[in-house]
Design a protein around this ligand. Structure first.
Ligand code: HEC
Length: 173
């Protein structure tokens, strides 16, 4: 092997070791405030559908609730509380009339997803997020997280659903 190739292999090994140790220390550093570190989970847009919902009023949106494999398994097997590793995503879009569809129907009856509003996540880690029912909460608008003052209102508003592990959405068969 040429020296340059050897060097790049060595750099890659060192790089991945550093990435690993940073990741690992991120998980054990108890000084990180819970809930504020939830990142956008990779591939969430491809997750399976749990249900849909529509909010009227000021929000006036349409939303899809998706779950990772752990979430879907727990829902389908009706095994609650959700296991650690569960992530539930709530995607929302403006609820807008579709002129294109209405022309076909001949009346004002079609509403569809318009521009995206925000995405919310609930991540289950019963130890890490023990102060908020075992769930980490996060919201992103255009990929940007809400500031850190927000997770508390998230949790307190989800408390009425305590009997169902703080999750409101029922699985739509
Ligand atoms: C005003 C009360 C309220 C607040 C504040 C709130 N939620 Fe919710 N959330 C709800 C309700 C009710 C639902 C179910 C109905 C719906 O989807 O519109 C829900 C649904 C969800 C869902 C889908 C899973 C479920 O429980 O049904 C997620 C994920 C979620 N919220 C995350 C968050 C995050 C993250 C925050 C904070 C940034 C937050 N919520 C703040 C009331 C609230």
């Amino acid at each position: 092997m040429k020296w340059t190739a050897l060097l790049s292999v060595a750099a890659a090994v060192v790089g991945s070791f550093l990435a690993f140790t940073q990741h690992a220390s991120g998980h054990t550093d108890e000084k990180v405030p819970p809930n504020y570190e939830v990142q956008i989970p990779a591939g969430y847009r491809d997750w399976k559908l749990i249900s849909v919902a529509h909010e009227a009023g000021n929000l006036n949106d349409i939303r899809a609730i998706l779950g990772n494999d752990e979430a879907i398994k727990a829902y389908r097997e009706e095994k609650f509380p959700f296991p650690d590793g569960t992530i539930i995503a709530r995607l929302a879009w403006k609820y807008v009339p579709s002129e294109e569809n209405n022309k076909v129907f001949g009346s004002e009856q079609s509403f569809v997803a318009g521009s995206p509003t925000n995405v919310q996540f609930m991540v289950k880690d019963s130890r890490r997020y023990s102060a908020t029912g075992g769930w980490g909460f996060a919201q992103f608008t255009n990929g940007k997280p809400l500031n850190e003052a927000e997770p508390k209102p998230c949790f307190s508003c989800h408390e009425p659903a305590k009997a169902r592990d703080f999750i409101f959405t029922h699985y739509a068969p």
